[in-house]
Design a protein around this ligand. Structure first.
Ligand SMILES: Nc1nc2c(ncn2[C@@H]2O[C@@H]3COP(=O)(O)O[C@H]4[C@@H](O)[C@H](n5cnc6c(=O)[nH]c(N)nc65)O[C@@H]4COP(=O)(O)O[C@H]3[C@H]2O)c(=O)[nH]1
Length: 738
């Protein structure tokens, strides 16, 4: 409880009034929210409890008698305050200050101190002081000030523009924002946001957008284009927020960040990036184009190489392997056969009279025929066999694993297949092969020897009548050498005058008279001696020399006939053998006419002897040639009839004048009933068709007798005369039987 104040002794007052004043004073001191002290000089006379409480004393009584100095941090601060207070208080004014004071425990605090003299006229009466503890207030103020200072610093030095807006107008902004838009300090205050927007449309769009965000309590964030005072533009990243979410009237705060450079840098970066990407795309495109070109080039090169390889290894016409590839495959096959002890066969196949097709029907038909033949050959053999074309009409078949038996089977199949005619345009053609078979290792240990052996065997198949096959034998090689020898010798035979014609009379059986002679070629080589036409004519046919030789024969035979006719044998006729190759020469009819005309010999004095096979391959062309010859008056006969292939219809169609019965049927007439039957049948058939018959190789009287009995028209043979050179002996014979 506070002590009752004592009554000043110098005044005289009524006791009741004094008491009431004392009570009021007591109540005032006790209820005052501030500390109150009465001082006399520098000493506290009395104070209220609040005063003691503020200064950290247990009761007001403890402070009575304390000096003012003890309440201050030090004597100097007390004296300073006392001096300042005295001056003011002596003027009758209240001294008021805020100063630091010391509590009883020594701690300092801020106090709000006011002092006033009780009677300025009598300073000795003392003074009244009020004290309030404002320490917390001071600290709060200090914190507030710091915060305000910091905020101002932030505001002033922020690297972003800060704007306060209210009702669409700028109320405050920092220097950064002003600098950003190029305005001076304070210039923007009060301006509308529209003022610093680049376009009205932009502002309206954003204003609505911002308003929408803010009304739902969200902040707005976005980019906008602001307009500078100098007309330039600034791209800003803007964040906008209500200052008080509950009171929109408080306005908004905007934080604006100039991102022009960043945006431009980003745009530049994007552009560079795009350019880079474009370059990469272009480069990629170029690269892929280059890669494509490369691939194309590689493919072209590969195709070219394949083509070159193909051309080097295949026959362009038939697509069959050529000689080079055959050689490769043969070498491999031989190696394999050697390693495995397996058999291996090669067939050399040559088409009989293929040249005639080319000569008479043209190369296009010839080529088409070759293609079809190639296909047929391929269809006959197995997959692993090689069918190659090594020359115009020459094929070699390589048959790995085939022994003699297997090779013969293949050859038989090829012969069988060749019987089926080929249809090319309106031509129906048959093309027979002659084949030679050589076996590894006995007929050749390498490709060259093996194919040569097969070639030699093929040659023999041709000699043996064609359209057949032969196995190679060592003797054949010797004969081939002979053929080669003959071929070379034959080239010079005409020039060296080694050829000569002999003539054999053809005697009418019924009368014994000679109506015609057959010209037979003779070759007497100075070293090789006399060589049979049966041997050298096939060689001449193979090499094509027959054309030159044949023409020589025709000219000489016709010239000789002219000589005989002039010498008195006016009705004599002459028969000349014609090779099939000659017959297929388109110019043959003209050549014959020209020779006859040159010798002034009538055409019907000439008889051309053809073999049966001449019309087999190409009956149409043969018919045309025959028609032409006959229309010029020349007679045609079929030589060696019965050994080849003729059809009755052809004989009729060709209007053959004479059939010459082959001497092989005549030879054994005496003891071979079959031959007799054949010969009589030929004679009867010829008679039926209105053709003459001449029997060849008649050597005996019995043969002649049989032929006479059968009604044969003519006979030719040693029985009457050997073929003789055109000399005295022959002339005498002819004249004797004219
Ligand atoms: N054993 C025997 N033989 C007889 C008898 N009478 C004649 N000969 C022979 O029989 C052959 C008949 O001639 P070819 O059948 O036309 O057969 C001819 C003919 O196809 C061909 N040839 C002959 N000369 C020519 C020619 O100038 N051109 C053509 N393309 N071939 C000819 O050569 C073949 C053979 O002629 P050559 O050796 O002269 O043989 C001749 C002849 O000498 C006989 O009583 N007994």
């Amino acid at each position: 409880m506070p002590e009752r104040p004592s009554v000043p002794s110098s005044h005289t007052v009524l006791p009741d009034a004094v008491e009431r004043i004392q009570r009021e004073q007591h109540t005032l001191l006790a209820s005052a929210g501030v500390g109150i002290a009465f001082m006399h000089g520098q000493e506290i006379v009395r104070c209220n409890e609040r005063f003691a409480e503020i200064l950290g004393y247990a009761s007001a009584r403890e402070l009575a008698g304390c000096t003012g100095t003890s309440l201050h941090p030090d004597a100097r601060s007390f004296l300073r305050l006392a001096r300042a207070a005295r001056t003011r208080m002596l003027q009758g004014l209240t001294f008021r200050t805020e100063c630091q004071l010391r509590r009883q425990d020594g701690t300092l605090f801020w106090g709000d101190v006011s002092g006033r003299l009780i009677d300025p006229q009598a300073p000795g009466e003392g003074s009244v002081w009020t004290l309030d503890d404002i320490d917390a207030q001071r600290q709060a103020q200090a914190l507030l000030n710091t915060a305000l200072r910091e905020r101002q610093l932030l505001f002033d030095h922020a690297s972003v523009g800060i704007i306060f807006m209210r009702r669409g107008h700028l109320t405050r902004c920092n220097g950064h924002f002003e600098t950003m838009l190029g305005y001076g300090p304070g210039e923007l205050i009060g301006t509308s946001a529209r003022h610093w927007f680049a376009s009205a449309a932009e502002w309206e769009r954003l204003e609505q957008n911002i308003a929408r965000q803010l009304t739902v309590g969200l902040s707005f964030e976005g980019e906008m284009m602001l307009s500078r005072k100098d007309g330039g533009t600034v791209i800003c990243e803007v964040r906008c927020k209500l200052i008080d979410a509950h009171d929109p009237d408080q306005g908004t705060i905007w934080i604006t960040d100039d991102i022009t450079e960043r945006t431009q840098a980003q745009a530049a970066l994007a552009k560079v990036h795009e350019q880079l990407e474009q370059q990469v795309r272009d480069r990629t495109r170029e690269l892929s184009a280059t890669v494509e070109d490369l691939h194309r080039e590689m493919a072209d090169r590969k195709r070219d190489q394949d083509r070159i390889y193909w051309l080097a290894h295949y026959d362009p016409l038939t697509g069959l392997p050529n000689r080079t590839l055959l050689a490769d495959r043969s070498t491999q096959a031989i190696q394999l056969a050697r390693d495995n002890g397996a058999p291996l066969a090669a067939i050399f196949l040559d088409l009989d009279h293929f040249k005639h097709v080319n000569d008479s029907l043209g190369h296009r038909v010839g080529d088409t025929l070759l293609v079809q033949i190639a296909k047929r050959l391929r269809s006959v053999v197995r997959e692993k066999d090689t069918v190659s074309r090594i020359g115009g009409d020459e094929f070699v078949l390589l048959l790995p694993g085939a022994n003699a038996h297997g090779a013969a089977r293949v050859a038989d199949k090829l012969l069988e297949a060749s019987r089926q005619p080929y249809q090319i345009d309106h031509h129906e053609l048959t093309m027979a092969p002659s084949m030679g078979i050589a076996l590894y290792p006995q007929d050749g240990m390498d490709f060259d020897t093996l194919t040569q052996s097969a070639d030699v065997a093929m040659y023999h198949a041709k000699l043996d009548g064609r359209n057949t096959y032969r196995f190679f034998t060592p003797e054949m090689r010797a004969q081939s050498l002979r053929a080669l020898q003959l071929e070379n010798a034959l080239r010079r035979a005409l020039d060296r005058d080694e050829l000569q014609l002999h003539y054999q009379p053809q005697v009418r059986i019924r009368t014994g008279r000679v109506h015609s002679v057959e010209a037979l070629l003779r070759w007497n080589h100075p070293k090789l001696g006399p060589i049979s036409p049966s041997e050298f004519i096939p060689v001449a046919e193979d090499t094509g020399q027959i054309l030159q030789i044949g023409e020589w024969v025709l000219r000489n035979a016709v010239a000789q006939l002219k000589a005989w006719r002039s010498a008195g044998l006016a009705e004599l006729k002459i028969a000349v053998n014609l090779s099939a190759i000659q017959f297929h020469q388109p110019q043959l009819p003209d050549l014959v006419s020209q020779i006859l005309h040159a010798a002034a010999v009538p055409p019907d004095a000439l008889e051309l002897e053809l073999t049966e096979g001449v019309a087999v391959n190409d009956p149409r062309t043969a018919t045309e040639t025959m028609d032409q010859l006959r229309s010029r008056g020349v007679r045609l006969s079929i030589d060696d009839f019965g050994t080849g292939y003729s059809s009755l219809s052809q004989l009729k169609r060709f209007q053959i004048y004479k059939l010459k019965i082959d001497q092989s049927f005549v030879q054994d007439l005496d003891h071979d009933g079959n031959d007799r039957a054949i010969v009589s049948a030929i004679i009867r058939m010829a008679q039926a068709l209105g053709m003459q018959t001449t029997a060849e190789g008649v050597e005996t009287d019995a043969q002649l007798q049989f032929l006479r009995d059968m009604g044969c028209d003519e006979a030719q043979g040693y029985y009457f005369s050997r073929p003789l050179p055109p000399g005295e002996e022959l002339l005498d014979f002819l004249k004797g039987r004219a």
